[in-house]
Design a protein around this ligand. Structure first.
Ligand SMILES: [Zn+2]
Length: 448
């Protein structure tokens, strides 16, 4: 071997060693990266500065099981149970406790039977813990049991549901500002806790909205027709106006159709990727307003407004819509009696009832046609009993039917197409109807 050759060999082995060192270094770096990632996953709590250690002293007594945790609209609710031997119970409450000790009490109903307390904050699906009012802090959701001798014991909550992913909730936009609330179960040294971590975000993620507007019908579905007027066109024009008004309040608004939809668009693709139900479910919005015009073959009514909401709801926002529309748009409450709860407010349980209920079993329509109130039911997930499961392939499948996060939906029949005063009022005065809806949202959610 020549000198040259020798040198080359030496150089080669030097390069080889160099490469080995580089490979080892890379492996070490990858390993470190994996460890850091794993740590971050495990200790989301410490990232958001929530830690079970903060409340360990109050939860030593034991844990309650959560069988349901739900976000519907702007409210959070839970249901669950606690095994307890001491039956001397004076009160049971769900509380949201800050690490500072400050407590928010959530209205709770409970029963004690054979060594078990079952509790629920879900009396109404849109009341409970108001996520919009929480300060930026960490809140531990605890069960507080007060004995008849006045002693108070706190129990932390463990997850006994099929839902394991954290919920990320974004508050409504107010003054260009939003909070993000991470709702998750943390486990540390076999103690589990349900924690809400509230932090400020600079803006909503691109795919998260405050409000969804759903102008009814569209495509080859005209809705009701009166002379040369079509329901789908009237509600679209008003929907676009409502969008402008809500955006003027600073809200981020998604509209389910904007008039560019083709003839392909109809009632058979609402669960498709760009269908109205899918869009609403994916929107991250807190509230949906669906706009319609009514019609009735028999001319029994003098027209007027009807606002529809889901069952088991506090109806004060629905009532506010009806009242404001009547007043600001100079119209009337509908005379329709069926499903009426209050003047202008309706809850049509037969089409929205939970699939397991006796009421639902008497209802056959869902597999023959799509009930017009499906939108309220199908965007609420388990809170409203969404159930379009694909068993009728022509209507598709609502893949969000089992979601524990739901959009609070209202369907507003502005007036009757076949009642002349109503039709003319909506055509000439649509702006006042939309202003009334905007005013209700503004005051109910304290936007401005
Ligand atoms: Zn309609």
């Amino acid at each position: 071997m020549s000198k040259r050759g020798k040198r080359r060999t030496k150089k080669k082995s030097y390069q080889k060693r160099n490469r080995t060192v580089l490979v080892l270094l890379a492996l070490v770096l990858i390993l470190i990266y994996i460890i850091i990632q794993k740590r971050e996953d495990e200790s989301y709590a410490s990232m958001t500065s929530a830690s079970i250690g903060d409340i360990i002293d109050v939860i030593e007594r034991g844990q309650a099981d959560v069988s349901r945790y739900i976000v519907y609209g702007t409210h959070f609710n839970i249901e669950g149970s606690l095994d307890i031997t001491n039956p001397e119970i004076d009160d049971v409450q769900v509380v949201a406790k800050k690490s500072s000790g400050e407590e928010i009490t959530v209205d709770t109903t409970y029963e004690y039977e054979r060594g078990e307390i079952s509790f629920s904050t879900l009396d109404k699906i849109n009341t409970g813990l108001d996520l919009e009012t929480l300060d930026r802090d960490n809140y531990y959701i605890l069960l507080k049991v007060t004995s008849s001798n006045g002693q108070m014991n706190y129990y932390s909550l463990s997850n006994d549901t099929e839902y394991t992913d954290p919920i990320n909730y974004y508050t409504l936009t107010r003054n260009n500002s939003n909070n993000k609330i991470n709702i998750s179960f943390l486990t540390q040294n076999s103690v589990s806790a349900l924690v809400l971590s509230v932090e400020k975000v600079s803006k909503l993620p691109d795919d998260v909205y405050d409000v969804v507007i759903d102008p009814g019908h569209g495509g080859n579905d005209t809705g009701a027709i009166s002379g040369r007027y079509q329901e789908d066109e009237i509600v679209l024009e008003n929907g676009l106006e409502l969008k402008k008004k809500l955006e003027h309040l600073g809200l981020k608004v998604l509209i389910t159709r904007d008039g560019t939809e083709t003839d392909e668009y109809d009632t058979y693709n609402i669960y498709d990727e760009d269908g109205r139900v899918t869009m609403a479910n994916e929107s991250g919005a807190k509230i949906l307003i669906s706009l319609h015009m009514n019609s009735n073959e028999s001319d029994f009514v003098d027209g007027g407004v009807e606002v529809y909401a889901a069952p088991n709801m506090d109806l004060s926002l629905a009532k506010s819509f009806a009242d404001n529309i009547v007043e600001e748009a100079d119209t009337t409450y509908s005379e329709m009696k069926t499903d009426k709860e209050e003047d202008g407010v309706y809850v049509r349980t037969i089409e929205i009832q939970n699939r397991n209920s006796a009421t639902f079993r008497g209802y056959k329509g869902i597999y023959d046609s799509i009930p017009y109130l499906f939108i309220i039911r199908e965007i609420g997930g388990i809170s409203t009993g969404a159930y379009v499961n694909g068993s009728n392939s022509s209507y598709g499948e609502n893949i969000y039917r089992n979601s524990n996060v739901g959009v609070e939906g209202y369907l507003i029949e502005l007036g009757y197409m076949n009642v002349n005063t109503d039709l003319r009022n909506v055509l000439n005065n649509g702006d006042s109807y939309m202003q009334a809806i905007t005013d209700s949202i503004n005051s109910y959610y304290k936007i401005k």
